[in-house]
Design a protein around this ligand. Structure first.
Ligand code: GLN
Length: 234
């Protein structure tokens, strides 16, 4: 029986708006299927060993400074992990650092680790509200959450959006895109937390790890939560 190994990156620094709930969703959807799951918290100073899934939540600019510096020590390793097919999920501030850099309003540019061909610059307004996105690779196609960021993210090269904004501002409030995907690296601005309200995406991540279709679960509560947010800006 394979054990799903999940690394929770810098939870003491990047874990706002309940983003830790994403780890709980992955854990419970394994346990409900009697799959073994192991979660390792990676904090500043820790070494990082190979995992199946790497998760990093969101945070304020100040916390991102420390994580940006720490991540540079692991850039090569995490790039190799991306290239062998490991699954990554970054939320908001974590997503921004999966790109090349985040240029906040004040202070130096925060270097990312370029898992995604994307960059972020601070905008002049804060995007706050619900988000509904239509994506192409999960069913149901809609993904829901809420956003609270001033960063504007722009995608380049082979990095594609997670989906198209139906409601909300997403990456930059201009090009109607939200989030990003390259190989099995995913980023999104959707807090919420994101995965509990989008069970089909949680299972999609687990199926990428396990290489097989998962048994169905009774998702009536999750789907009610999902539907309560669809197309509702506030
Ligand atoms: N500090 C970043 C921004 O404001 C990320 C915020 C977040 O993670 N919610 O864009």
């Amino acid at each position: 029986m394979k054990t799903v190994k999940i690394a929770h990156l810098y939870p003491k620094l990047l874990n706002i708006y309940g983003d830790g709930g994403n780890i709980l969703a992955l854990k419970r959807r394994c346990e409900w299927r009697d799959l073994q799951v192991e979660i390792t918290e990676i904090n500043v100073g820790d070494d990082i060993k190979p995992h199946d899934i790497y998760f990093m939540g969101g945070g304020q600019d100040t916390q991102q400074i420390e994580v940006s510096k720490e991540l540079q020590k692991h850039k090569q390793f995490l790039t190799e992990e991306r290239d062998r097919g490991a699954v990554f999920l970054g939320i908001c501030g974590g997503y921004q650092l999966f790109g090349h850099y985040y240029q906040p309003h004040n202070g130096d540019r925060l270097e990312g680790i370029s898992l995604l061909d994307a960059y972020t610059v601070a905008g002049n307004k804060r995007f706050i509200g619900n988000v509904t996105v239509e994506t192409e690779f999960v069913t149901p196609k809609t993904l829901v959450g809420f956003e609270n960021h001033s960063g504007l993210t722009y995608l380049q090269g082979e990095t594609k959006p997670l989906g198209v904004n139906i409601v909300g501002n997403g990456n930059n409030g201009e090009d109607k895109t939200e989030g990003a995907r390259f190989k099995n690296v995913f980023g999104t601005y959707m807090h919420g937390s994101f995965l509990p309200k989008n069970p089909q995406f949680t299972d999609y991540m687990l199926e990428l790890v396990l290489g097989e279709e998962l048994s169905l679960l009774d998702d009536s509560i999750e789907i009610n939560a999902h539907n309560s947010l669809i197309n509702k800006p506030y």
